[in-house]
Design a protein around this ligand. Sequence first.
Ligand code: FAD
Length: 497
Amino acid sequence: MTRPGLSRRALIAGAGAAVVVGWNTTTRAWADQPGQAVEQLPALDGTMTLQGTGLEHFSSDFGHIVTQSPRAVLRPASVRDIQQTVAFARRHRIPVAVNGQSGDAAVVGQAGLESHSSYGQANPRGGIAIDARGFNRVLALRPGEAVVEAGATWAQLTDAALAQGWAPPCLTDYLHLSIGGTLSVGGIGGAVQRHGLQTDTVRELDVVTGTGELVTASRERNRDLFEAVLAGGGQVGIIVRATLALEPVRERSTVFTLAYDDLDTYLADQQKVLADGRFDLQVGNVVRSADGQRWRYTAELVAHHDTGHPVDREALLAGLRPVAGETTVTEESWREYAFRVDGFAGYLRAAGFWDLPKPWLSLFLPASKTATFMREAAEVLSAADLGAGLLLFYPYARARVNTPLAVLPDEAVGWHFDLLAFPAPGADIPAMLQRNRRLYERAVALGGKRYLIGAIPDMTTGDWQHHYAQLWDRVQRAKRQYDPAGILTPGQNIHAS
Ligand SMILES: Cc1cc2nc3c(=O)[nH]c(=O)nc-3n(C[C@H](O)[C@H](O)[C@H](O)COP(=O)(O)OP(=O)(O)OC[C@H]3O[C@@H](n4cnc5c(N)ncnc54)[C@H](O)[C@@H]3O)c2cc1C
């Protein structure tokens, strides 16, 4: 084998480090000398970082619990780069995972971009991390439809679409997440009660499978792959491009915030609103009451409308039973509401919480068992478990979700339980992880399911089999078919390596 030519932009070695010439198939390590067993890296349009600080940046994620340095970081400049790298990795059984590298670059700079996974889901476990910044453009906006590269964020797409009077129908609470990242897990937000998950708004995908092949997939074409990719945890392919639905945007958002001290009243009111669909968005959360003595439930209900056409506030609140005198109603622009979490994220960063370990727990509960689970969880959780964070807690209608691999409890109505913990410095993270495990097991015993995000330790093959239930065979078959070497996205821990 010969040394790669200078036009090959494959190598960025750390200062003073030996230049890597290829992969030594015997020692299974980068080689700095050509030799019989050394295979050249593929020629790239982008760059492959093999040593130095560039790797450290990809060793952890938002959760700051799982840390392992990748062996290389690909910053692709073309889809071909991703294909070549995956094909190379397949030949040599090197794991590969995309790292969303998202965030609000205007606030945190390029160095502050990260994977927003909590438990190493994007970590290639000593393999090759693919930097999603290498494919992050909004490619086209048409009436009712956008075409994006998967590394673009929902914030980018929202602003680009807004400029033309359109918006994605389902947004996550925080918009600075990569589109490929949320489509790989599901993507839930307050519009789930109307439009389902973000994965339900996808019309077409371009996917590089685990063999390096580029395949276009949709409901009409290569449906099997389409359905294996959406909410598939990156197990069968790398999403490089997506065509997504857009809807006409309204100008204003009127936000109703209702407080509840009583769990049953909260559950009943949220489900009433879910059933009659009177609001455009419906979320809610649980925090400690101001006196620290009990849990307080807050419903956040939103109606969109145009300027000069205010909503009938009284009619929208009719029949609901929050704590009297504590309901607030505010009106803001559609964009202000969509980007509402930016301010809170800024506070968490300034106060030093953002960069600490965060053992998030994200579950879906069947409505019939939600009160039972929540009462038990309320006993287990303390203010210290939330830290500066909160517990999202709101219902969804099962029928709105049409993504086969977005596994949800088998009831018409379910509840999203999402412990967004920002613990204080010095918190006992191992104990919190064990608490997550216990809450997960209790949820499962009640018919609940986990979301692919979050930090649940010790997931076994048996856990995953139970999770996917009748879909398990299909999940395994798709893995064998589209990722025969089993190299894609090991950090999800779904398939035993
Ligand atoms: C502050 C904050 C708010 C959040 N709010 C919400 C919310 O409202 N709703 C919600 O549903 N989630 C929410 N999340 C969770 C979010 O969906 C996950 O963190 C998700 O992992 C997306 O993050 P990411 O874009 O950084 O992707 P990553 O975390 O880097 O990737 C997620 C997974 O998908 C894989 N992957 C990434 N890109 C691709 C691709 N192009 N092709 C194939 N596989 C890929 C990765 O390897 C990894 O396994 C939030 C997270 C944070 C930190």
